[in-house]
Each structure stands twice: as C-alpha cells, then as structure tokens.
Design a protein around this ligand. Sequence first.
Ligand code: ZN
Ligand code: ZN
Length: 367
Amino acid sequence: MNYSSRQKNIAQALDEPRLDALLITHLPNVRYLCGFTGSSGVLAFARGEWAFFTDGRYTEQARQQVKSAQIIVDASAPLAQAARWIASRFRQTNRRVQLGVEGEHLTLAMQKRVQAEIGGSKSKARFRLVSTADLVEKFRMRKDHEEISAIRKAVQLASGIFPAVIDAMDSRATENEIAAELEHFARRAGAEKMSFETIVAAGPHSAMPHARPTHKRVGSGFVVLDYGVILGGYCSDMTRTVHAGRMSKNARDLYSAVLAAQLAGISAVRAGVQAGQVDRAAREVLARHKLDQYFTHSLGHGVGLEIHEAPRLAKGQTTVLEKGMVVTIEPGAYIPGSGGVRIEDMVLVTANGCEVLTPTPKELVTC
Ligand code: ZN
Ligand code: ZN
C-alpha cells in the first residue's frame, strides 16, 4: 500500500480548512495512513512530519508494520503521547494553532485529555481543537488497485463457501447452527474473521432486516443469509435469500420484484451519478410492485477497511459516485409476520457502469 502518497493527500487537504496539526485516532484511518493493524495507536501530523504512537505491547508490531512515520513507544497512553508531541512541535509558536481531531470518533473525555496534555506542556501556542469531518474517509471512498485486489479476494472467499452453506441447510437445523456452519467454513477457507455478525433469518424472522440468529428451526419459508468476511484487512458483504419448503406464488413474486430492483440498482451505478439516484432506481422498481413501503433501509453502502463506510446509497444522498468506489447494492422487501427477501452484491464503480464483484448466482434457490 502506498502510505506516503496517502499521507501527502491528507497533508494537502489540511490547507482548507486551515489546520496546523492533526490527530488521527480512528483505527481504520490509522491503518489506512500508516499500515498499523493493532488496537492501540495514534497517528499525528505537525510541521510536515508524521509520527505514530503506541504502547509497549506493540513495539515489535509497529516496527514491522508502520510505514512513512516516526514510531514512538512510551508507557503512557498513545493519545497523551501524541498530544504532548504536537505541543512540543509548536513550543516556540506564539500564536493560535488549529489542531484537527476526528470529532466523530474522539469522545469528549478524550478531547479533554488532549487539552489537558497540551495545557500542561510548555508550548507558547494557544491550541484550538477543530473537528475534521470525514477527512480521511473521503479519500478512503476511492480504492486503489491494491485495495480492490484485497476486496476481490475477500468477496471471492465469502462467495466460495456459499454452496457448502446451502448444502448444510436443513429445515430441522436452527438459524444458529447454520450461522455456526457458515462461520466455520469461512474460517477454514482462510477468513481472518467475519466482517459483522452473521445474519441467518428464517421464516417470519426474514422480515426483520437485521435479525440475529436464534434457536428457531429453519422450517419453511424464506431464509435470508447476510454475511461477510475480512481478508487482508478488507471486508466483504453479501446477502442471498433462499427458500425452504413449498413456495407460494406470492413468495415467488416477492423474490422476482426484489431481484428486479437489485438489477435496476446495479444498472444505475456509474461514475458521475449521485448516490441518491441509484437508490431511487431500485426503489422505483419496488414501487411498481407496490412493495416500496416494505423497503425500509437504504440501498447500499461503501465497503473497505470497514464494513459500513462512505458513500451511503440512500434517499437524497448527493455524493457523486467515482471510479474506484466499492459499494453494496442491497434492496429488500420485508412483509411483517410473513417473510422478507434481500439480495446484496458488492460492485466496483467504473467510468461507464460497474463491475459486479460478487460471483454467486441470484436465481432463487429452494432447499
Ligand atoms: Zn450485508
Ligand atoms: Zn451491506
């Protein structure tokens, strides 16, 4: 990964709004900018220099992983170390210093800690904490070649275990048992871990978009399987809905309508369109089938180092899609008390459209 060019982009972005220094505390952003994958680390930028702070548990790991930044290991908390380092960089500066912090991720207590450390330093500067909204996240939206290749591998691994999951599907099995099998297959295939809590939702549960697996048996009806893996630090996310037992015409129609909406969403993706337009393309298809009231979430989201990241594909979102973004297209329709269907692929935005990354077929599978 090209950490120094990523750092350069961020340093340039600090000119507007005028920031003199920056504290990166959100771990996926730390990883994105310097390669550190551990659970305790802060990256700081001041006066043209990057420094990475961690504690003694990560001395060796930081040495191996952190690129393009000075590594500082100390017994005190990385955030306190980083704040003191920034203050020391402006010791002789007799003016106001604007310090960017990740306001969405830095709690009030942590902000107070930063202020206390700076206040205790001998710096002449007066520091002002400024919240940087999505500063790094905006760059993370567009994936480079190495990231796309890591994402492809994660997607392929997850799709690769799907046939085995279907084979393991049995009307007497519980949702929990199927989720356990699925995760077992994923780990055996090399997944670092699941990218979120696996959803196996059968029968009436399938009408709950974010149902947790229970001890209930699959029985008959739709079964929504929504899962993803992490491989090489990058996430995958896919949903397939299968049907157990005899299927009614209504169930078949529901599935076809959601599939048509999903294909319409995919067709609407290309560089230059607004995220909200893609959401609308899928929603319109469901409206034609009088199902739009049952599509109760947004159409999709970006995927990368995090399972949910920018951009959001939702009503009214004006973010313009760009080449290299990786997003999910996942419409659903959930009929309370009866059942639901969701179909989700990951797609890579290209100049003229998109490439569907998820290879798993979408014809309705009955088992
Ligand atoms: Zn999903
Ligand atoms: Zn998703």
